[in-house]
Write a protein that binds this ligand. Structure first.
Ligand code: GTP
Length: 605
C-alpha cells in the first residue's frame, strides 16, 4: 500500500461518549468483523474494561477501505477516555495525523473533551469533530455544535453527526478521515526507524511490541536494536492487527504493526523508545511525554506464603501496563510483611490494576492508602550533610521527615477543569474550596453550562474527589486535570493507633488545617469498617504524639450458630465454613483483623 493511501487516526472522547461503539461500526463497515457478530466492543478486550465499561489499554486495528476505486489502509489507534489515562492518549497521538473528536450530542462537551482537544491541537493533528448519539430523542446537536464553536473555534459546517449505535452517518466519518487527514509523512528509502508506542506480554512469545514505522521497512529475521536500552533482537514475527493478528513478512514506513523478538522483560519495552537496524545508527524520535506516576501505594500479599505468586502476577501485569512503576518496599515489614511500592497514574488506574491482579492472576493483595510525592527543604548544614542534599522527596508516610529538621514542605498541585450545568455551581464551588482549591477561571460554554478551572493540591483529588463531584452534581459534572507545580504547604503526618499501637499502613499525610477533621473522619470510618471482634478496640488518630480523635469499637461474640435449634449438623457446618471464608479475606494487623480493603476505604467518605 502506497504511503498516500495510509491514514493513521484515533478517536478521542470523554468516557461513554461512544468511542468503542463507533470503532465497532468501523470494523463492521470495513469487513474486519462480521455484522451482528454479537461481539460488541471488540477492542475492549479485558474483563475489567467490560465490567467497568471503560477502555484501559489502547488497542489498534488496521482496516481496509475502498473509496473511489482506491484501497486505503486506515490504522485506528484506540485510546482510553478516562482522566487517569491521558498519558496513553498522548502516546497514541504520537502515531496519528488525525483524530476524531467524538462528543455525545446529548451530554455535550465534557472536561475530557477539552483536555483531549488541546492534546491533539498542541500536537498539530487534524481534528474531525463528530457528534454521536443523534438518535437519542433528547440529543441537541445544535447546542453542542455551538459549544464546540465557542470553546474551540470549530466551524459548524465541519461537524459530522452520527449514531454509532444505529450506524447512521458512520461511513461519512471514514470518508472524512481519508479526505481530511493527511497521509503520514515518512521516508521509505531511509534506514529503518520505528516508534515503540505500546506493548503487552504473551506467555509464549514474550513481549509483543506495537510500533509505528517512520522510516524504511522491517522484515522478519532483521536484527533490530533499541536506542534507549541498546539491546539487540532478532525479529521473529511481524504483522498487522485487524484486530486479530495477521502475520506478514514486511512492515513499511507509515504502517502500524506488531513485532515479536523474544523480548522477555518489561524494562526492555520502554514506551516512546526508538527502534532501528542494529548496524545503522539513527537519531531518536522524540515521541511523547514519558509516563509519570502521580499516586503511590504499598501492595502486599494477604500472607507471606503468597509472596512469590503475587510477585510474578505483578511482574506480568506490569508488562501489560508500563505506566505502573514498581519498587521493593522494605519499610513496612512489621504488619504487612514484604511488599512493593507501586506508582500509578491515578486512583482509578490503581483500582483497575488491583482488580486485574484478582481477575487475571487470582492474586489477592492488600493495597495501602495512596499518597502523592511530597518534597521537604531541609534546615541547617548538619541535616543537609546527613541527607547529602537540601531537598528530599517522599511519598510513603513512613518516611515523613521529622518536622524540626524541615525548613519548608512542598506539595504537588494540579490545574483541574470542571464542566457542569450551572445549577450545580454552588455545591461544586464549596466542594472545591473544601478541597483547598483556588479558582482560576470560569467561562460560560453555552446558556446552561459553565467551565471552571481550579488550582488544587493533587492529594485532595486522588482519593475520592471525583466521586464526590459526581454526587454533588447528580452525575452531571465532569472533571479532568493536568500537572501544575509544587507549592509551599503546611503538612503533617496523621497517625492511626489501634489499641495504642501505631499502624503505619493507615497513617497519612495531610494539610495541617485538615488534621482534626480527617482524624475524626478516619476514626469513624474505621469503626464502621472494622468488624467487631472478641476484644474492645480503641481507634485513635494522632499528630506528633497528640491524640486528635478517638472512637471505641465494642467487643462482640459472633456466634453465628446460636440461632439454630435442633441438631442439623450440615447446616451448622455450612455456616461455620462461611464464617471461616469471611476470615480469609481479613488481614491481621496489631492483633486485629482488618478487611483487606480497609487501607484504601479509610480515606474515602
Ligand atoms: P469508554 O471506553 O469508557 O471511553 O467509553 P466509550 O466512549 O467507548 O463508550 P461506548 O462505546 O462504550 O458507549 C457508551 C454507551 O453509549 C453504551 O451504552 C453505548 O451503547 C451507547 N451508545 C454509543 N453510541 C450510541 C449512539 O449512537 N446512540 C445511542 N443511543 N447510544 C449509543
Amino acid at each position: 500500500i502506497p504511503v498516500q493511501n495510509i491514514r493513521n487516526f484515533s478517536i478521542i472522547a470523554h468516557v461513554d461518549h461512544g468511542k468503542s461503539t463507533l470503532a465497532d461500526r468501523f470494523l463492521e463497515i470495513t469487513g474486519a468483523i462480521a455484522k451482528e457478530s454479537g461481539e460488541s466492543q471488540v477492542l475492549d478486550r479485558l474483563q475489567v474494561e467490560r465490567e467497568r465499561g471503560i477502555t484501559v489499554k489502547a488497542q489498534s486495528a488496521s482496516l481496509k477501505y475502498v473509496m473511489n476505486n482506491t484501497e486505503y489502509m486506515l490504522n485506528l489507534i484506540d485510546t482510553p477516555g478516562h482522566v487517569d489515562f491521558s498519558n496513553e492518549v498522548s502516546r497514541s497521538l504520537a502515531t496519528c495525523q488525525g483524530v476524531i473528536l467524538l462528543v455525545d450530542a446529548n451530554q455535550g462537551v465534557q472536561a475530557q473533551t477539552v483536555a483531549n482537544f488541546f492534546l491533539a491541537f498542541s500536537n498539530d493533528i487534524t481534528i474531525i469533530p463528530v457528534l454521536n448519539k443523534i438518535d437519542l430523542k433528547n440529543a441537541e446537536p445544535e447546542r453542542v455544535s455551538e459549544q464546540l464553536n465557542t470553546l474551540f473555534d470549530i466551524n459548524k459546517d465541519d461537524i459530522l453527526k452520527v449514531s454509532a449505535k444505529l450506524g447512521t452517518g458512520v461511513e461519512d466519518v471514514l470518508k472524512a478521515v481519508i479526505n481530511r487527514v493527511p497521509p503520514p509523512s515518512v521516508n521509505r528509502d531511509a534506514s529503518f526507524r520505528a516508534l515503540l508506542f505500546d506493548s503487552w506480554y504473551d506467555r509464549y512469545r514474550g513481549v509483543i511490541l506495537l510500533v509505528y514505522i517512520t522510516d524504511g521497512m522491517l522484515q522478519t529475521g532483521d536484527e533490530i536494536a533499541s536506542i534507549h536500552t541498546q539491546k539487540c533482537y532478532e525479529v521473529k514475527s511481524l504483522g498487522l492487527l485487524r484486530p486479530e493478528e495477521e502475520p506478514c513478512h514486511k512492515l513499511l514506513a507509515g504502517q502500524v504493526g506488531f513485532v515479536t523478538c523474544n523480548m522477555r522483560t518489561t524494562e526492555e519495552a520502554q514506551i516512546g523508545d526508538t527502534l532501528h537496524h542494529k548496524k545503522q545508527k539513527v537519531d531518536s524520535l522524540h515521541g511523547f511525554k514519558p509516563l509519570k506516576p502521580m499516586v503511590f501505594a504499598g501492595v502486599y500479599p494477604m500472607d507471606q506464603s503468597q509472596h512469590t505468586s503475587l510477585r510474578s502476577a505483578i511482574e506480568k501485569l506490569v508488562l501489560n501496563d508500563s505506566a505502573v512503576t514498581v519498587t521493593i518496599d522494605s519499610s513496612w515489614t512489621v504488619a504487612l510483611g514484604h511488599g512493593w511500592r507501586l506508582g500509578f497514574l491515578g486512583l482509578l488506574h490503581m483500582e483497575v490494576f488491583n482488580q486485574r491482579l484478582d481477575q487475571e492472576y487470582d492474586a489477592q493483595a492488600v493495597i495501602t492508602a495512596p499518597s502523592v510525592t511530597y518534597k521537604a527543604k531541609l534546615k541547617g548544614e548538619k541535616n543537609i550533610k546527613r541527607y547529602g542534599r537540601s531537598e528530599i522527596s517522599f511519598s510513603n508516610p513512613v518516611y515523613f521527615p521529622d518536622p524540626t529538621i524541615v525548613e519548608e514542605f512542598l506539595e504537588p498541585m494540579v490545574m483541574g477543569t470542571i464542566i457542569t450545568p450551572d445549577s450545580y455551581l454552588g455545591p461544586i464551588m464549596s466542594l472545591c474550596i473544601e478541597h483547598r482549591g483556588v479558582q482560576q477561571n470560569s467561562k460560560n460554554i453555552d446558556n446552561h453550562r459553565v467551565m471552571l478551572q481550579y488550582l488544587m493540591p493533587l492529594n485532595e483529588i486522588v482519593i475520592d474527589f471525583y466521586n464526590q463531584l459526581k454526587s454533588v452534581s447528580s452525575g452531571y459534572a465532569s472533571f479532568d486535570y493536568e500537572e501544575y507545580d509544587y507549592v509551599s504547604s503546611k503538612l503533617i503526618k496523621l497517625s492511626i493507633l489501634l489499641n495504642g499501637i501505631p499502624v503505619d499502613e493507615l497513617s497519612t499525610i495531610v494539610h495541617i488545617s485538615k488534621a482534626s477533621v480527617m482524624g475524626r473522619r478516619m476514626c469513624l470510618k474505621l469503626k464502621e469498617i472494622i468488624p467487631r471482634q472478641l476484644i474492645q478496640i480503641a481507634i485513635q488518630a494522632a499528630v506528633g504524639g497528640k491524640i486528635v480523635a478517638r472512637e471505641t469499637l465494642k467487643p462482640f461474640r459472633k456466634d453465628v450458630t446460636a440461632k439454630l435449634y435442633g441438631g442439623d449438623v450440615t447446616r451448622k457446618m455450612k455456616l461455620l465454613k462461611r464464617q471461616a471464608e469471611g476470615k480469609k479475606k481479613m488481614k491481621m494487623v496489631a492483633n486485629i483483623e482488618l478487611p483487606r480493603e480497609t487501607f484504601i476505604d479509610v480515606l474515602k467518605r
